[in-house]
Design a protein around this ligand. Structure first.
Ligand code: OGA
Ligand code: MN
Length: 278
């Protein structure tokens, strides 16, 4: 296979041409994709009509897969989350977040497949935490370096939304008990590239432990705004069977919720990572 990388901007995003992921990538291709991921942070593959099992098997070449404690999954493939949104099940990913940072070893990456798209809208944006960190002034970098923050599942999975029926409530209670808040560095070092970047997100980051609540909220607000600047982002307009593979260690993403009353269905495989360190 001859792989060609088409960058979508200087900070983040590239299209990978000439690759089919219907069979799990061999070692050489996997290493090429990981190198491209380190450089571009999110990769897009077009025309990849994968079954859930094929998507799972491709993702499993990059690490152990995570089974989400709350989101529903494909029948018989628990590693593939189904995000099926419509007026019956409103979108909940229209905020800047990094996936599953509420556990000790948040995902290194995820593979997201577009299964059913609205006639228009439903784009996803990614933001790069390394570019955002590097663009901070030295005095602000010095302030945030060494801080730690609490990440809490309940910020994005509140009972009023995810525990509405008795069955949902049972699952939600088990998820809550199994996932108490965790602490991560505000600035983490990428375990492969060694580059440092911002590791806070509106989805899960609840507070900065070393600061007072008003100080911490103000600093988090400033960092969230900074991370979302267009300079650090890429926006992908999905076509059916597009596949995105992002490095979840130092990126955030946002699913625009502009397509109701139409339906949108996405499948996600999530690859576990290492414990973040400063
Ligand atoms: C996700 C997510 C974005 C989307 O799968 O983690 O946030 O565009 N989805 O559906
Ligand atoms: Mn997400």
């Amino acid at each position: 296979m001859s792989l060609r990388i088409e960058p979508l901007g200087p900070a983040i995003g590239a299209i990978v041409h000439g690759v089919s992921l219907d069979r799990p990538p061999g070692d050489a291709l996997r290493d090429e994709l990981l190198a491209a991921l380190l450089k571009h942070h999110v990769l897009f593959f077009e025309d990849q009509p994968l079954t859930p099992a094929q998507q799972r098997d491709a993702a499993a070449r990059f690490g152990t897969l995570h089974v989400h404690p709350i989101y529903p999954h494909v029948a018989d493939v628990p590693e593939i989350i189904v995000l099926d949104t419509s007026t019956q099940n409103l979108p909940d990913n229209d905020n800047w977040h990094t996936d599953v940072t509420f556990i000790q070893t948040p995902p290194m990456g995820a593979l997201l497949s577009a299964r059913l798209l609205p006639p228009h809208g439903g784009d996803t944006l990614w933001a790069g935490g390394i570019a955002a960190y590097e663009a901070l002034s030295p005095r602000v970098r010095a302030l945030v370096d060494g801080l730690t923050a609490e990440h809490d599942m309940l910020r994005s999975f509140p009972a009023h939304r995810f525990a509405r029926t008795p069955e949902e409530r049972e699952r939600w209670l088990a998820a809550r008990d199994a996932n108490p808040p965790v602490t991560h560095p505000v600035v983490r070092t990428h375990p492969v590239s060694g580059r440092r970047g911002l590791f806070v997100n509106e989805g899960f980051t609840a507070r900065i432990l070393e600061l007072g609540p008003r100080e911490g909220d103000a600093i988090l607000r400033m960092l969230f705004d900074h991370l979302a600047r267009p300079e650090f982002t890429v926006r992908w307009r999905w076509k059916t069977h597009d596949l995105a593979f992002w490095d979840n260690r130092l990126t955030l993403h946002y699913a625009t919720a502009d397509y109701l009353p139409h339906r949108r269905v996405m499948h996600r495989a999530t690859i576990l990572g290492d414990r973040p360190y400063a």
